[in-house]
Design a protein around this ligand. Structure first.
Ligand code: HEM
Length: 361
């Protein structure tokens, strides 16, 4: 049976949340919690340590989104974004090879797929001029928090207590009380239907970027991969740990999978440095082309295995915004890569991960 993904987010970190959620809105809990805010921006080392503290260490694997599958294909530009960006990938008719990875969040590569509605899509576009565009997107409408400090505070609030194996409910309650977007994310998470397929969900950049045209005009944007495949309404199986990879293989055996790259232009006044705020649908959208995924491989042997999908690896014509999460992600992903490459038990990552035979409670 599926638990709300926010609970799973913590559950993958060894945590049970039912008490926590109840306390999140309890005045008594809030009063007792005190202010545990962490004001300093964390280092990548601290963040990865905290991810490991919360979710455990799985040598050889990514320190987040550890469970996933490699994919490959190409992107074909429609020409729709050409007037906004000089990036080669957007030249009309240009076909750019793509290596990617589809994943679920958490440090545990053996996690069951029904543990979270969140699915991730990471892509590396290999432009013919040698420049690359890397992006990692999630199938969520916004990020729970806006800043590295708040993200670190959130992670710390989720650390299991040695006595109970659960996080301190008072700390979590205090966090939700002082971070409404995290609370909104929790509600989204609890009310979102669990997708049975990687192929039928929309992946969003969440962070903002700039497209830059030939006259150096900058356009604030976010982007999404919008699936052409439509969910058939069937429920995600709760008796199969790895149904997402199985569904992907089955779909790809019948032909390629496609997503439209939709670029959303900011309205004047939109905050481009706050991934915790979703932009409303009335923004202007550009259909920039089609992502075509033709094959998948297990991450243990696939080409995505050693790639870090650093969101600041951008070609000429795409630039980062001042969203503080971007730099933080770049450094944290690099630290995650550094650790998994360094792991003495590297062979763990080169064997197909066994899933537990019984559903985690
Ligand atoms: C806009 C918000 C974010 C999105 C859309 C996002 C998405 C993703 C995705 C899709 C992956 C899997 C990449 C792959 O397949 O290799 C990933 C990995 C990861 N994420 Fe994020 N993420 C976000 C924010 C963050 C933040 C704020 C942190 C902490 C600073 C973080 C830490 C990590 C880590 C450590 C990895 C593993 C990287 C690796 O080893 O290659 N993410 N993220």
């Amino acid at each position: 049976m599926r638990m709300p993904a926010f609970e799973i987010w913590l559950r993958t970190m060894g945590v049970s949340l039912s008490v926590v959620i109840a306390l999140a809105t309890s005045p008594a809990g809030l009063a007792a919690a005190g202010n545990q805010a962490v004001s300093q921006a964390p280092t990548a080392d601290q963040i990865v340590n905290q991810l490991q503290e919360n979710g455990g260490v799985f040598p050889g694997f990514r320190r987040n989104h550890a469970k996933g599958v490699c994919v490959s294909g190409y992107f074909e530009s429609s020409g729709g974004a050409t007037r906004y960006s000089v990036a080669q990938v957007f030249i009309s008719g240009e076909r750019t090879p793509v290596i990617g990875r589809l994943s679920i969040p958490g440090t545990n590569p053996y996690a069951w797929d029904d543990g979270t509605p969140i699915r991730g899509m990471a892509l590396m576009f290999l432009q013919a001029d040698g420049q690359q565009w890397r992006t990692a997107m999630n199938a969520v409408p916004f990020f729970p928090v806006a800043t590295p400090a708040a993200n670190y505070e959130f992670l710390k609030a989720q650390q299991p207590l040695p006595t109970t194996g659960d996080p301190d409910p008072k700390k979590l309650a205090a966090f939700f009380a002082s971070h409404p977007t995290a609370n909104a994310f929790r509600i989204w998470d609890r009310t979102t239907k669990l997708s049975a397929s990687y192929a039928t969900v929309q992946y969003n950049s969440l962070d903002s970027f700039y497209l830059v045209d030939a006259e150096s005009h900058r356009y604030a944007v976010r982007w999404s991969m919008v699936p052409e495949a439509i969910a058939d309404g069937r429920a995600a199986p709760t008796d199969q740990p790895d149904f997402l990879a199985a569904d992907l293989r089955q779909r790809l055996s019948q032909g390629p999978l496609r997503w439209r790259l939709v670029v959303t232009l900011a309205n004047p006044g939109d905050r481009v440095n706050d991934a915790a705020i979703a932009w409303l649908a009335d923004r202007r959208h550009i259909d920039a082309g089609t992502l075509v995924i033709r094959a998948s491989q297990p991450q243990s042997i696939g080409v995505c295995r050693d790639i870090s999908f650093n969101p600041l690896v951008l070609p000429r014509g795409i630039e980062p915004s001042d969203d503080p999460l971007l730099q933080d992600r770049a450094e944290t992903y690099a630290e995650s890569l550094r650790r998994r490459l360094r792991d003495e038990s590297r062979q763990h990552a080169t064997t197909v991960a066994p899933s537990p035979s019984t559903h985690p409670q």
